[in-house]
Design a binder for this molecule. Sequence first.
Ligand SMILES: C[S@@+](CC[C@H](N)C(=O)[O-])C[C@H]1O[C@@H](n2cnc3c(N)ncnc32)[C@H](O)[C@@H]1O
Ligand code: SF4
Length: 320
Amino acid sequence: MVFNALTAFVGAPLSGILFTAVLPGGCPLECPFCIVNKRDERRTDSSLTAEHLVAALASIERRRLLGAAAIVGDEPLQTHCWPMAKAFLDRGIQSRVPTALITNGYNLVDFVQELRQLNKTKILISLDAASEKHDEIRRKPGAFARISEGVRLAASDPKLRDQISIATIMMPGNLDSIPGIIDFTASHKIPQLLLSPLLTSSRTEALAVHPKVMKEAWRAIPRLLDHAAAAGVKLRLSDEFAVLGPWEQKLASIGAEILAPKEPARLIRVDAAGRVETLSTMHSGTPTELRLPADITEMDAFVDTLLERCFEQVEVSVAA
Ligand SMILES: C[S@@+](CC[C@H](N)C(=O)[O-])C[C@H]1O[C@@H](n2cnc3c(N)ncnc32)[C@H](O)[C@@H]1O
Ligand code: SF4
């Protein structure tokens, strides 16, 4: 749930822009399918700072276009990444827009207190199996045990629990694990599980649903919906299932609820090198070649160029 559906998940107003960021700092897991990695968005060393991201948010806000802010990578719950993550989310909260972060949950156990303080931020925890199979999928021995302990701690606080959703990728090879994830979600009274298809992408390749996923999905989805309903978990499918393939009607006919904004999301994605893409450039695989300016005093001019080039129909009015 990285792109379009995120707008609906976060609750971004359609008139606004969802500003998403991949933070520098890497990740303790080694998922072979990682979209950040595939798109060459990962940096462990970067000149991108919290000040750049905060300045970009502030500039979009001044143009009355900031709709929401979300951290979508690399892994924000790491000691060296947290100050940047916190500064970014605090700026979104200060602008009174919805905020969200996606985490692999590996270090959740150490960040429960910090997340309690972000009491308006939605938290998505990724889980592709509720067992050691998750460790195999994400190439990290002991990952599920740690995530499970973090989720137990976080979900024991009802307020924090209501901020949490579980995010699962439907991929070849994990279909049989999804009922277990539904049960795990229910056992911690987490209200919602979001299911997305495995995507393929690179910087110059259009986003696409992995070709093997949909073949298996038709068989699996109705059973998963029944299982979730019986367990009291709201199972929602990200609209990547629908917008990246001709499956919308068929999904509707099997009763699947698709999490989608009413119009295509106005989404900006800044990667850990400061490069800037939009949903449409990611969909088409034609990079903008734009990058946040190193000099923060140039941010307003940069944002104007970005809005003009990438969101032609957006009406810009700058706050005094
Ligand atoms: C790139 S990760 C970054 C946040 C965090 N490290 C995590 O894994 O949750 C953001 C979301 O994208 C999902 N994701 C990663 N690679 C994907 C792919 N190839 N297709 C679909 N979703 C993917 C992850 O499972 C996660 O829910
Ligand atoms: S945990 Fe997230 S960021 Fe890390 S490798 Fe996996 S998908 Fe990528």
